[in-house]
Design a protein around this ligand. Structure first.
Ligand SMILES: [Zn+2]
Length: 230
């Protein structure tokens, strides 16, 4: 960890050669940023629970710690789980529209091929969302010149609020429009903050980028569903 040289100060975004220096098995000294003179990454010493709480509170430093300094994470596995959550929500919405009833229990539906079609629709719309974000980012030339893979990872981290569908299933609220609306708002908020955190752009730019990308994602969803049910 002392020589990798590609860490980032979670406060100002400056490059840092290391996060800490280990003097002995029990003693380590956290590095201070040469630019802002704060500790490069205070989360090195923090418990995972505190980091998660800070992410829920939309702390940009916590996002930067996860994406730049915390080593490799199984982002693709999280992406698959998020895709399944999204597919399930879309499937529930379509089933409710078909039956015109407000079901609240997973058991009220019979599993059919529709859920696989919804998974395909969800995959296409998510790819379109990520591509739109990448195009926007290319146009605005983000301040810190982050890689595309980091940006994709940031979008995955920012979408983790979709996992709230799991407790909704347990509580029997998976068909509640209020619950789903609040979840969508939290995901949108998280995406705006994580984009701002990793790109170093003003909040207004992050707001426009994420809102427009989600708008295009929604349009593609409507188009695909319309083509399916004509
Ligand atoms: Zn700094």
């Amino acid at each position: 960890m002392e020589t990798r040289g590609d860490y980032m100060c979670v406060n100002c975004g400056a490059k840092a050669p290391s996060l800490y220096k280990q003097h002995s098995p029990d003693v380590l000294r956290l590095y201070h940023c040469k630019k802002c003179e704060n500790i490069v990454d205070k989360y090195v010493e923090y418990d995972t629970t505190i980091i998660l709480i800070d992410i829920i509170l939309q702390q940009h430093q916590a996002y930067r710690h996860i994406l730049f300094n915390a080593g490799s994470k199984p982002f693709w596995k999280i992406a698959v789980i998020l895709l399944l959550c999204d597919s399930y929500v879309l499937w529930i919405n379509q089933e409710q529209k078909k039956t015109r009833k407000n079901f609240n229990q997973f058991q009220n539906f019979q599993l059919d091929w529709d859920i696989y079609i919804m998974a395909l629709v969800t995959l296409i719309e998510l790819v379109s969302f990520v591509l739109t974000v990448l195009i926007f980012t290319q146009l605005i030339r983000n301040k810190w010149r982050i890689s595309y893979s980091t940006l994709v990872h940031a979008m995955i981290v920012g979408s983790c609020g979709k996992l709230m569908i799991v407790p909704a299933l347990i509580w029997g609220q998976s068909g509640s429009y209020i619950y789903l609306g609040l979840t969508s708002f939290f995901v949108w908020l998280s995406l705006v903050h994580v984009y701002q955190a990793v790109c170093g752009v003003p909040q207004s730019v992050a707001f426009v980028t994420i809102t427009c990308s989600q708008g295009i994602q929604y349009l593609i969803r409507c188009l695909l569903l319309m083509l399916m049910y004509v």
